[in-house]
Ligand binder design. Structure first.
Ligand SMILES: *Cc1c(COP(=O)(O)O)cnc(C)c1O
Length: 218
């Protein structure tokens, strides 16, 4: 694990952060990663994230990277650092409501559909623009849209992956020029996993989400 982490960290430009994707791994493994200096963990299930949050040091930043159901937002609202997988106004409104109860502003990314697969969640570009410019969006004072997240097609075709990440990056840059408000501050582009993070970094990622390249196969 130590060599894998060092290997990844040495490849990261200073504007890119590593999110260690710890889903399915037991608390002991996260403890080891913590000892090695990692402080940003990504989980895709609410229950698993809460269980681990309870048992681990409180200076860890917890990132929810998997699909989130509206009725589960309340469980992570007290502590979650960022939600990468926001894909509807309804979900955003619930995150806002729960964040308000805890007197917090929760950082969110909008998940954008870029892959050539229909199993992936996300919004298309028109939906993202409509959401960002909506009157409803302007009312949400306890969330902040920090950027976009996307997953490339699961393929060995590097050019295809590069093109998909490139499309998301261009869209991100375009939106950055259009939107800057108290709750829309587009700074982060979450793209890249174990199999494709080097390409994602070249294409403008600022947050890579890496699991198996650190912890081995799940
Ligand atoms: C599991 C997962 C990852 C990490 O995948 P690896 O291939 O193990 O690096 C990244 N992002 C999301 C959304 C995931 O669900």
């Amino acid at each position: 694990m130590k060599e894998a982490i060092q290997n990844i960290l040495t490849q990261l430009p200073s504007h890119v952060q590593l999110i260690a994707v710890t889903k399915t791994h037991p608390v002991e493994v996260l403890q080891e990663a913590y000892q090695l200096g990692l402080r940003i963990f990504g989980e895709n299930k609410v229950q698993e994230m809460i269980d681990k949050y309870d048992k681990l040091p409180k200076d860890i930043q917890w990132h929810l990277i998997g699909h989130l159901q509206t009725n589960k937002v309340k469980y992570i609202a007290p502590f979650v650092a960022m939600i990468h997988s926001v894909d509807s106004l309804k979900l955003l409104q619930e995150i806002n409501k729960q964040a308000q109860k805890h007197n917090r502003v929760i950082n969110c990314l909008l998940q954008v559909y870029i892959a050539d697969e229909d199993t992936k969640f996300g919004l298309d570009q028109i939906e993202v623009e409509n959401l960002l410019k909506s009157n409803e969006m302007a009312q949400l004072h306890n969330i902040c849209i920090k950027g976009l997240m996307g997953m490339a097609t699961n393929t060995t075709n590097a050019q295809k992956i590069r093109t998909e990440f490139g499309v998301l990056h261009s869209f991100f840059i375009k939106l950055r020029g259009q939107f800057l408000t108290s709750n829309i501050q587009l700074e982060e582009l979450s793209m890249g996993m174990s199999g494709d993070y080097p390409i994602a970094i070249e294409e403008g990622s600022t947050l890579i989400r890496v699991g198996s390249a650190i912890f081995g196969a799940r």
